[in-house]
Design a protein around this ligand. Structure first.
Ligand code: ASP
Length: 308
């Protein structure tokens, strides 16, 4: 098993499948009255969050607790980070406390990789800038596999703000490893020119959402990340929604079995309408539930649960 999970590229098909299969076993714990396994008793997991998060932070916390680990939640607000302490000094503090795993979210791309050089425990990248978010890709793959029964051969359209999306990057890497075919869809200003080829050679790019809908098994809508935008990438929110938003009429052009995904948080009315977000095709709430099982599997396997 790998020691750190920093990128979707860290996972070969066998390792990714093992995580998804383990997650399926972990999911059965969620249905029990006592939602706990003793697997990580006596181990310490630190959640180190330098950026806001709702789903991911709670999900990692629930996952570690369900495995009986000791959990330390560290958020940049209210800590010495606010006084200017560097990531390296924080890492050394965690190291001194004997963290077995550090789950890190940071606004700088590459922060998780740096941290992995400084601590002895496992590092899990929970989102670094616009770079990667590998456990999101795993939970997305898990959700696709459980709804559609397979990953190999699926056509997945990843739609919207690809430029700023760590979710898109990790998904392209993982899905192509697992044999799905990804098409990146969005305005040319939000799809970096060489991204498809750089990430995975069989990924394609299309600027016309309506053209890809009839042949997509999965449509993954991305949040328009205004907080990371330094330029104006499209004329107006209304124009964006008209060309790249998923609304009811567009959803009805999808094949009968197709599903609609979104990593959250959603801009309802911009990239997705409430009618679509709340429809039976939407897996948005399932994705959150699956996130806990997938993160349990990741922590369990990285921390040596494979020997258990
Ligand atoms: N929650 C995801 C992330 O942290 C997606 C988003 O923020 O739009 O990357």
């Amino acid at each position: 098993m790998i020691r750190h999970l920093l990128s979707g590229a860290d996972l070969d098909a066998a390792t990714a499948t093992r995580i998804l299969d383990t997650a399926a076993e972990m999911a059965t714990v969620a249905g029990r009255e006592v939602k706990k396994l003793p697997a990580l008793r006596g181990r310490t997991v630190v959640n180190l969050f330098y950026e806001d998060s709702t789903r991911t932070r709670i999900s990692f916390e629930a996952a570690a607790k369900r495995l009986s680990a000791d959990v330390i939640n560290f958020s940049a607000k209210g800590s010495s980070v606010a006084k200017g302490e560097s990531l390296k000094d924080t890492a050394l503090t965690l190291q001194a406390m004997g963290a077995d795993a550090v789950v890190v979210r940071h606004p700088a791309s590459g922060a998780a990789h740096r941290l992995a050089e400084w601590v002895d425990g496992s590092v899990v990248n929970a989102g670094d800038g616009t770079h990667e978010h590998p456990t999101q890709a795993l939970l997305d793959a898990y959700t696709m596999r459980s709804r559609l029964g397979r990953l190999a051969g699926l056509s997945v359209a990843v739609v919207g703000d690809v430029l700023h999306s760590r979710v898109a990057r990790s998904n392209v890497l993982l899905l192509s490893t697992l044999g799905a075919k990804v098409t990146l869809v969005g305005p040319p200003t939000l799809i970096p020119v060489d991204i498809a080829a750089a990430l995975a050679p069989d990924t394609t790019v299309c600027y016309d959402l309506d053209a890809v809908l009839p042949t997509s098994d999965v449509v993954m809508m991305l949040r328009v990340q205004r907080e990371r935008m330094t330029d104006s990438y499209f004329p107006s929110a209304r124009e964006y929604a008209r060309r790249y938003g998923l609304d009811g009429p567009r959803m009805r052009r999808l094949p009968e079995h197709a599903i609609v995904m979104h990593p959250g948080p959603m801009n309802r009315g911009m990239e997705i309408t409430p009618e679509v977000a709340d429809s039976p095709r939407s897996t948005i709430v399932e994705q959150v539930a699956n996130g806990v099982s997938v993160r349990m599997a990741v922590l369990y396997l990285l921390l040596g649960g494979n020997n258990a």
